[in-house]
Design a protein around this ligand. Structure first.
Ligand code: MSP
Length: 622
């Protein structure tokens, strides 16, 4: 569907709950979205990529209380963790929406009021069973257990009974409209298999939906009736409108809405494929093109999630490998509609074979030979031979197929095809043996021809893999001596022949070092143990405690220490002087959040090796 004369593409991820720190599962959805956003940009679309956090509701309220924090304090901390992870993973989002942002809250209230005025929302009393973990009402047919609770089928946790006055949304009156919409828009839910799941659910009959709570305080208030808090899913789903300008930049909103694709895990498909279009229809908004429900990453056969206690911390992998190997693995290993099992063995196998061996070797030997044999600049190559022509023509073919797969979100198939081509180029080099040609003075032209072909192929491959592996692609791009940014390339008009022999090639640094499984597992468990030890702090004596000089200070300035992940440098007014101090808190706070905050400081802590007058800071924010 063309929204206006310009080709726009609006893609979203779910907004993540802030009771949990980000894990591989969250990273997966966001990496898929980032890859599609980058691909669409390369194809000349104007792209808007939205992600963010879902910060209201009972679950966050409860989690914060357990940690002795206010909900917003917990949210602020976890938001930093998400933002840092997205930065480490090279996620190129255009807006990060927080449901606690005033303009989001105002937008939700406005829509609530509109539906109320239209008669789609009415007041009544709800009684039923509520799963706090999924923030979901259980259907009547779920059996009651002996203890007076029900078991949620999604998370297998207990759901208690609630009975309270609330506002209802007339979901029931949307049943036929939804079924009609699905039949006219079979692409609305993808992959196709999931559409059946959704339609049969709707056909069973839809009951009106309770969309406010009086026992939950942490949320958006119902306009004119503030003892009611808007149900977290009604609040959260509207982020897709408020994140793109609804009610604060209608020009932006009209340019990008409706969304092209809401990417979600299959666990939350129903909310997106049933509630969401019903809310939108009632309020008179056009409906999104597609809701894509992807599969889960599992560990030893169980979904990776905090509640199941099997989360994998992406930071440990990122520290050793950087972002591209993880991005590549998650997208290459399984089709996005299916579940995948994460294992370190599987991960390392892919990294070592596909990245270090296939791609890494191609980059290394092609570029190193050009530097060694021609000082980095390929002279006039000989005329093209049959095998060269085939390499060139094969590329156009692969490009077409990769394009099709990217378009259809078959990312694993796109990578599979590209890797076939990478290995075709490796074979071309093995067949031509340029390292032997280099020994023969009479074969300079032939050597130039072969290396020129290989460099041309490499440049073309780099563009194809860019959406998945932006960091490595940009490195290869610059080794190839390209002047313009890779992001300026137009995927559709890209040709093998675009490579210029005038470029000055640089010797590449190894892109994907080989890692031994045993060593990696040893290192990983070491890191985990250190983390655990840190939690079990040793005791201090009273004498030691007495030596510490505590003061209350005020943070005047704060900035991130360049080249580090966690360090923030601060100027703190401690009364008699202003001290410069450093603390490893960048994963919890951003520098701008710290300004003017009061902290307890130990001012006689021995200076650490940060140089100059900067001391390591031991502080607690007040
Ligand atoms: N806040 C709601 C979404 C509201 S959207 C309007 C929510 N948040 S969540 O933090 O639980 O994140 C859920 C999403 O994280 C899933 O839909 C999925 O995209 C991703 N994943 C979480 N665990 C996952 C796996 N183990 N595997 C793959 N993706 C998973 O639900």
């Amino acid at each position: 569907m063309e929204k206006n004369s310009k080709k726009t593409f609006y893609i979203t991820t779910p907004i993540y709950y802030v009771n949990d720190v980000p894990h591989i599962g969250h990273a997966y959805t966001t990496i898929i979205a980032d890859t599609l956003a980058r691909f669409k940009k390369l194809c000349g679309n104007e792209v808007f990529f939205l992600t963010g956090t879902d910060e209201h509701g009972q679950k966050i309220e409860k989690s914060a209380a357990e940690k002795g924090l206010s909900p917003i304090e917990l949210a602020d901390r976890v938001v930093m963790r998400f933002k840092n992870l997205w930065q480490s993973l090279n996620i190129s989002y255009d807006n990060f929406i927080r449901t606690t942002a005033p303009r989001h809250e105002a937008g939700v209230q406005k829509i609530f009021q509109k539906l109320q005025e239209k008669g789609d929302i009415y007041k009544g009393t709800y009684s039923g069973y509520y799963c706090v973990s999924c923030e979901n009402f259980l259907s009547d047919d779920v059996p009651l257990e002996e203890g007076g609770y029900k078991i949620c089928a999604d998370c297998e946790k207990q759901a208690g009974e609630v009975a309270e006055e609330c506002y209802f949304f007339k979901l029931s009156s949307n049943q036929e409209k939804l079924l009609d919409f699905y039949s006219k828009n079979p692409e609305f839910v993808r992959p196709k298999t999931r559409m059946n799941e959704v339609t049969s659910f709707v056909k069973q009959g839809l009951k009106d939906l309770s969309i406010t709570r009086t026992t939950v305080k942490w949320g958006v208030k119902v306009p004119g009736d503030p003892k009611h808090t808007i149900y977290v899913w009604f609040d959260a789903l509207h982020n897709y409108l408020t994140g793109i300008g609804y009610d604060w930049d209608m020009e932006l909103f009209n340019k990008f809405w409706p969304a092209d694709v809401h990417l979600v895990g299959k666990d939350i498909l129903r909310f997106h494929a049933i509630f969401w279009p019903a809310f939108l229809m009632a309020a008179g908004f056009p409906l999104p093109e597609t809701v894509y429900g992807h599969g889960w990453w599992m560990k030893d056969g169980t979904k990776i999630s905090k509640s199941r206690g099997n989360v994998l911390d992406p930071d440990i992998i990122l520290e050793t490998f950087g972002s591209d190997p993880l991005r590549y693995f998650l997208l290459r290993e399984v089709p996005i509609g299916l579940d995948g099992n994460f294992s370190h063995e599987g991960f390392l196998h892919r990294v070592n074979s596909d990245l270090a061996n296939d791609l890494g070797n191609l980059v290394q030997r092609t570029l190193t030979m050009i530097v060694n044999y021609f000082n980095g600049r390929i002279p006039d190559p000989d005329e093209e031979k049959e095998a060269d022509k085939k390499l060139r023509e094969d590329f156009q073919d692969i490009k077409k197929r990769a394009y099709q797969h990217y378009e259809e979100y078959n990312l694993n198939r796109a990578l599979e095809e590209i890797w076939v081509y990478i290995n075709t180029v490796n074979k071309y080099l093995a067949d031509n043996e340029p390292w032997l040609m280099a020994k023969d003075e009479h074969k300079r032209g032939a050597l130039a021809r072969v290396l020129f072909q290989a460099a041309s192929a490499l440049r073309a491959i780099t563009t194809l893999i860019f959406p998945v592996m932006p960091e490595s692609s940009e490195k290869i791009w610059s080794y190839l001596g390209e002047k313009s940014a890779l992001t300026q390339i137009d995927f559709n008009s890209l040709k093998f022949e675009d490579y210029q022999p005038v470029n000055l090639i640089q010797k590449p640094a190894p892109l994907f070092p080989r890692v031994d499984l045993k060593e990696f597992l040893k290192e990983e468990s070491g890191k985990k143990e250190t983390g655990q030890k840190e939690k079990k702090m040793s005791e201090v004596t009273y004498e030691e405690f007495r030596k510490m000089d505590f003061r209350v200070g005020k943070i005047l300035e704060a900035e991130k220490v360049e080249g580090t992940k966690k360090l923030i440098k601060m100027k703190i007014d401690i009364g008699e002087e202003v001290r410069q101090m450093i603390s490893g808190i960048a994963d919890t706070y951003s520098p701008e959040d710290l300004i003017e905050k009061k902290v307890v400081v130990i001012i006689n802590l021995k200076p650490a090796s940060f140089g100059g007058s900067v001391r390591k800071l031991c502080c607690w924010l007040l």
